[in-house]
Design a binder for this molecule. Structure first.
Ligand code: CP
Ligand code: NVA
Length: 310
């Protein structure tokens, strides 16, 4: 894991911070946690981890709290009203003070720069639990889920919808592992050009496996996995009306699924808005693996925490 700041502290702000080998180690460790081979492992014994959440959460908060407990540690949930990152006091002061009490900080926030500033000023690991730019813990769990269900060999993954934080983490994760990944997004809602460029650079010889297109029908041809996420991410509520109309042709429904590989699996990071980005018949249908995907957040985060704290 990439270390930032003066001392060598491992942080996980983006999948970029992990080498290919570290990702594979996390996947392997997560498998051991899931099969309960490591049920007695308690690497967080005596550790307290702060969970700063500036946005709501079900999966991320609960899976981190349960995971920290399972690993022998103590989780302290800090509500948006408690910390008020950068408002009640500076981001740097939050980092410097929490460093004196805690052994690690898990942070869900708006500006990715706030996470970077926390990492610069904390001498304990900082983990991104979602920012406007990336959602690395989600995508590591997603990659684990794809591996578990169909393997990662020659798999074609198509992300349909908004080129958002989840899509951008997928770009980096897919690039690190040399996976075939396409983002099908409406014009104006592509992932950030610099992140696509960076993903292609990371993918090296496999750069052509990373594509972004507006043509969703073409993109889903031969797809093994169709992935979607909400059209309006947390913090974008003011854009709801416009987004509902722009994204309409990008709904994952039975008609779109017919254009993919007949065995294609459907993924969604959740929370889902049935009838918007995904039809009820699809998310509740036989191809959907969304609840296994949600469960895997727990196993993969336990693997991430174990790596960070060992
Ligand atoms: N997928 C995900 O991060 O869910 P929450 O927002 O509920 O944590
Ligand atoms: N893109 C969504 C993901 C929620 C888990 C958001 O940021 O709100």
């Amino acid at each position: 894991m990439k270390s930032k700041g003066k001392k060598k502290i491992p942080h996980l702000l983006s999948i970029k911070d992990l080498s290919r080998k570290e990702i594979l180690d996390i996947l392997c460790l997560a498998e051991d946690f899931k099969s309960r081979k490591l049920k007695k492992k308690r690497p967080l014994e005596g550790c307290s981890i702060g969970l700063i959440f500036q946005k709501p959460s079900n999966r991320t908060r609960v899976s981190f709290e349960v995971g920290i407990y399972d690993l022998g540690g103590n989780a302290i949930y800090l509500r948006p009203e408690d910390i008020q990152l950068g408002e009640r006091e500076s981001v740097a002061d939050v980092a410097k003070v929490l460093t004196r009490y805690l052994d690690g900080i898990v942070v869900r926030t708006f500006k990715h720069e706030d996470l970077e500033e926390l990492a610069e000023n904390a001498t304990i690991p900082v983990v991104n639990a979602l920012s406007d730019l990336f959602h690395p813990c989600q995508v590591l769990a997603d990659i684990f889920t794809v591996q578990e269900k169909i393997g990662l060999e020659n798999v074609k993954i198509v992300f349909v919808g908004d080129g958002n934080n989840v899509c951008q983490s997928w770009l980096i994760g897919a690039a690190k592992l040399g996976l075939n990944f396409t983002a099908a997004c409406p014009k104006g809602y592509y992932p950030k050009a610099r992140i696509v460029k960076e993903a292609k650079k990371i993918a090296g010889k496999k750069a052509k496996n990373i594509t972004v297109t507006q043509n969703v029908d073409e993109a889903v041809k031969n797809a093994d996995v169709i992935y979607t996420d909400v059209w309006v991410s947390m913090g974008q509520e003011d854009e709801t009306v416009e987004r509902m109309s722009v994204f309409r042709p990008y709904q994952v429904n039975a008609k779109l699924l017919k254009k993919a590989n007949p065995k294609a699996l459907v993924m969604h990071c959740l929370p889902a808005h049935r009838g918007e980005e995904i039809a009820s018949s699809v998310i509740d249908g036989p191809r959907s693996i969304v609840y296994d995907q949600a469960e895997n957040r727990l196993h993969v985060q336990k693997a991430i925490l174990t790596k960070l704290f060992s």
